[in-house]
Design a protein around this ligand. Sequence first.
Ligand code: ADP
Ligand code: MG
Length: 471
Amino acid sequence: MAESGGESLWNAVLDKLKAELGDSEFNEWFSAAEYLAFDEKKLSAGFPSAFHRERVKKKYLSSIAAKLREISGREISLELEVPAKKGAKKAEQASNETEQADSSREAAPRTEQAALKEESAAPKRGQHPHLRDDYTFERYVSGENNNFAFNAAKAISKNPGTNYNPFFIYGGVGLGKTHLMQAIGNFLHENSDKKVTYITSEDFLNEYVEAVRENKTSPFKNKFRRGDVLMIDDVQFFADKPGVQEELFHTFNAVLQAKKQIVFTCDRPPSDLKKFESRLLSRFDQGLKVDLLPPRYEMRMAILRATAKIRGVEISDDVIDFISKKISSNVRDLLGALKTVIAYTELMGKKATLEIAQKTLKDALSTTKQTNLSIDTIQKVVSTHFSVSVNDLKGKKRNQNIVYPRQLAMYICREMTEYSSTEIGEAFGGRDHATVLYSFEKIRARFVTDATLDSTIENLKRQVKDMAAKL
Ligand code: ADP
Ligand code: MG
């Protein structure tokens, strides 16, 4: 009980950190973190090296402590450790396993459980070092919002490099793109001798920049052309980066020519990508494109049920129903809420009643950034407050009584949602991202002269949350 409660608590802390820091910063410091132990007063977590541990301590210890307090409602001390290596043999196997051993980034997290499973079942290859072991087809719930993508992914995993090449998975934040892509990778890694190369676009860029700087572009090129399946996550990140786009274009051609499979994920369809070379866009377009949609209520119930079952926790139907109704944005938020409920109940040693779920979710909904807070809601609240129309916020008028609410609305969108400034700009009548950033800076500067601004913004934010909660 204490053990599993500790792990849930740690996972809930990680979820909050992830929401706060964003994927790339979070992954840099916490993807390799490992839950170790919990004894009611002290939680221990492991980090891969002393350097890593010291940096985390310095940068994040107080924030982690605050989250522990917030989630558990009491003081829990945190111990950061560097666990001893689990046998030199395994380490050696892992480094042979991957051509990415020189990558400066950490491998995907491997849970204790996964390591044990590996020992007892002794599969021919260990877990892939850059894929999450829980991102499998078995754990992917399929339904109306993702059936087509799911079936296509399975077909590709049985016959990579043949029919659907490249495979382009797109959809909004937290809808399961990375999971589905990695499921293909995990399947091939386990059931074939295909070499899977997985990389985020951000890491691809970083490694590329480094290779250019150190004049070592040929190892870089080889690394991505050598495998059998190349997976690049979140390619929207390459927007407006012509150097790396060109490199990707050549990599793409080489890999495709060798009849090897390519899989991309992206937060939007190729046709909506701006600031991309057209020859690259046409490459994205030439294979099979599939989209993932936000799950509807029934699907949300199914995902929650399946996940609770995997976690071995019993959650009553009214709680599942409540979470499904409350959180409609995406799967990540949905599962985040479930984890918070699980952590709370495990720590308190009581079964999750509806009241507990309502109480814990209320806090969770108000502290994390909400992706289901739509820009629409913010625009409505701001326009009502200043007695201007939503159309004026989106329109071109430049009088101060409209410009200020417009800038403020953009500011709140950046603060409260995970939309990019490009997306926010689009929602404000097709403005570009520089305009959004400019508005943000204008409002920031105004804090110095306007003593009431802080409370105005807090007030508006509260209204936005209330309105979103009623949707
Ligand atoms: P994206 O890459 O689209 O932002 P992820 O693949 O990271 O989203 O998914 C977010 C979370 O939701 C992950 O924990 C993932 O396992 C889970 N998830 C997404 N879709 C499903 C699904 N259909 N069934 C089960 N879990 C899912
Ligand atoms: Mg992703």
